[in-house]
Design a binder for this molecule. Structure first.
Ligand SMILES: [Zn+2]
Length: 350
């Protein structure tokens, strides 16, 4: 980060390059019907039950809570990847509006999948098209190649090209997606976000930015992505586990160090800065932190630093650590109510 025009306790806005704002209410959710024994079962028993239970009201408060927590962590831009198969139409507007209310930048996409049949895939594509046609900031989302037919992958690719945006897709997160580099070989472009990449071979020829989500990868026991082995640019995401990017930077550093004792915080810091290639507007945002100086070697080991104020696009959205554009107490109370609705619904599901 070029710190020359910044004060010693100041940074630009941080970017979360892969988030799932729909998952903010998931913490404390009922346990799955049985303990997952693979990444595939984590998807089936946890996340694919959760996304099916969501309605637009739950989504609204989930997104507001996630966006609030993002600015409270110094994050000023979220690249979101969304799925709510029983509440697709209008869902991207709900997320973008929630972010706008909090005052944070967002780049929304709907994760298309054939998991719910061809009709589900078409409705997902249509939601991306509807949202992008309205001129709002977004990408075309694909859940992952392993849940999509080839024709769906092609349709999403063509739609993204039509709108002049990239595709936001989970790639080789686990072994279920092995060989994905062949399926996407003729499709990927430089403006794509290739999320995870854990199982990609070193010499894959996909184009795009690798989005590294170290904590999520550890939580899903899918292995170390080792993004430093790729030639592609790298940025950091949380995969829905909050949007505290200094925290994710620390995990990225610790995971890199576990892999290689010569790894330095500067490498993980460069990944954090990779977000500016994706949302350059965040370079105009400013975060004042509780301590100085801002230095990767200090921050890798200092877990208590916090934002005191955040300015996004010239607007103060956090002052003395408190959100200014909305009532943070109301957001938390409403989100807790919606979480109870969500948990009751999950309890009633097979
Ligand atoms: Zn994800």
């Amino acid at each position: 980060m070029d710190l020359t025009d910044l004060r010693p306790n100041e940074t630009r806005g941080l970017v979360c390059a892969h988030h799932h704002l729909y998952s903010s209410l998931a913490r404390g959710m009922p346990a799955p019907p049985r303990t997952p024994s693979s990444f595939r079962e984590i998807l089936e028993l946890v996340w694919w039950r959760l996304d099916q239970a969501l309605d637009l009201e739950m989504l609204e408060w989930s997104a507001k809570l996630g966006a609030l927590e993002a600015i409270e962590s110094g994050t000023t831009a979220i690249i979101d990847h969304h799925e709510s198969p029983n509440a697709i139409e209008g869902s991207l507007d709900v997320i973008a509006n929630a972010c706008a209310e909090i005052g944070i930048r967002s780049v929304c996409s709907y994760g298309v999948t054939d998991r719910h049949g061809p009709d589900g895939a078409i409705r997902g594509l249509e939601e991306n098209a509807r949202f992008l046609s309205s001129g709002r900031r977004g990408m075309v989302g694909i859940h992952a190649a392993f849940t999509c037919e080839d024709e769906t992958l092609v349709a999403a690719t063509e739609m993204a090209a039509h709108f002049g945006v990239g595709v936001h897709i989970h790639v080789a997160e686990g072994v279920d997606d092995l060989g994905v580099e062949h399926r996407l070989a003729d499709l990927s472009q430089d403006n794509w976000l290739l999320v995870h990449g854990v199982q990609l071979p070193d010499d894959h020829e996909l184009r795009g930015t690798i989005i590294h989500n170290p904590r999520s990868n550890m939580n899903n026991s899918v292995g170390y992505a080792a993004p430093q082995r790729f030639k592609l640019p790298v940025a950091l995401g949380t995969d829905g586990i909050g949007a505290a990017m200094l925290d994710e930077f620390r995990v990225a550093y610790a995971r890199a160090r576990e892999h290689d004792i010569a790894a330095t915080p500067e490498t993980a810091w460069a990944w954090l800065e990779g977000g500016y290639q994706l949302v350059p507007e965040a370079l105009q945002d400013r975060v004042i932190w509780s301590e100085e100086p801002i230095d990767p070697w200090r921050l890798a080991f200092h877990t208590n630093i916090r934002p005191e104020s955040v300015e996004i696009d010239g607007q103060v959205v956090l002052s003395d650590g408190v959100a200014t554009q909305i009532d943070p107490y109301e957001v938390r109370a409403k989100a807790a109510e919606q979480a109870q609705r969500l948990f009751m619904k999950l309890d009633g599901m097979p």
